[in-house]
Every structure is written in C-alpha cells, then in structure tokens.
Design a protein. Structure first.
Length: 138
C-alpha cells in the first residue's frame, strides 16, 4: 500500500471513530453505475436489476451492482466494443425516499452525519411535501 493511501485510509478510520464517539452514525458510501455499451444492446436481465428511479434504455443502463456493470462491459468488449462505465455516488433520503446523485448525495451524507438525528432532517425545501405524498396524506 502506498504511503498516501495508508494515510488516507487511517484518516477515514479516525473520522468514523470520531463520529461514533460523538453519537453519530457514519454514512455508508453508495454508488450507481451507468453502463453504455458500444456494440451490443443492454441485455434484458439488466433491466430487472436496474435502478428504478433512473431510466435505462437499450443503449444505457443504470445499475446498483458493480459486478453486473462489469459483466455488460465484458460482453461488449468480447464483441469488439469500447463500453463507457461511470461510477456515480448515490444516497437515498430517509425522509422522502428521493434518490440523490453526485453532489446532492454528498450533501445528504453530510446531513446524515451532522447530528445523531441527522437522518430525520429534510434534504431540501420540497422534502416534507414529498414525504406526505408518499404516505398518501396529500
């Protein structure tokens, strides 16, 4: 392991320990994978495992599983293609259930870690409205 990687790992371990000592739970890093094969169409089984909130088509699939994304990439490479694979940070709001990506996911994770009850804090101004709609109160 390179010295910088070791320092970075130790920093993450210390940060998580500090959060736990202060009564806060560290947020789990989650990712979605966007696969865009060049030669083949996205297989039918990929749609069953796709992220429901994000639109998957024959040209592009959004998956939770890194292994399945790599499998599609491998299938495309076997056919002579150069697939495009992106890893994007994702976090679901515990209040309204909305899936947040990239910077919004990072913001949601910081909000979750901000206080012992951080996961009950709304992710934005429309969060509580979406929560009521989800529960059928509106």
């Amino acid at each position: 392991m390179k010295p910088y990687a070791r320092l970075d790992r130790n920093h993450r371990i210390d940060r998580r320990a500090d959060l736990r000592r202060s009564g806060r739970t560290p947020a789990k890093e989650q990712y979605v994978y966007r696969v865009e094969p060049e030669v083949i169409a996205v297989p039918g089984w990929a749609f069953k495992n796709a992220v429901q909130e994000l639109e998957s088509t024959n040209e592009c699939a959004w998956l939770w599983s890194h292994a399945l994304a790599l499998k599609i990439c491998e299938m495309d490479r076997d056919e002579g293609g150069h697939p495009d694979l992106m890893r994007i940070r994702a976090k679901r709001c515990k209040v309204c259930g909305l899936l947040r990506l990239n910077l919004l996911a990072q913001h949601r994770a910081k909000l979750d870690e901000s206080a012992p009850d951080g996961r009950q804090l709304p992710c934005g101004p429309e969060c509580l409205t979406r929560q009521r709609q989800r529960k059928g109160q509106i």
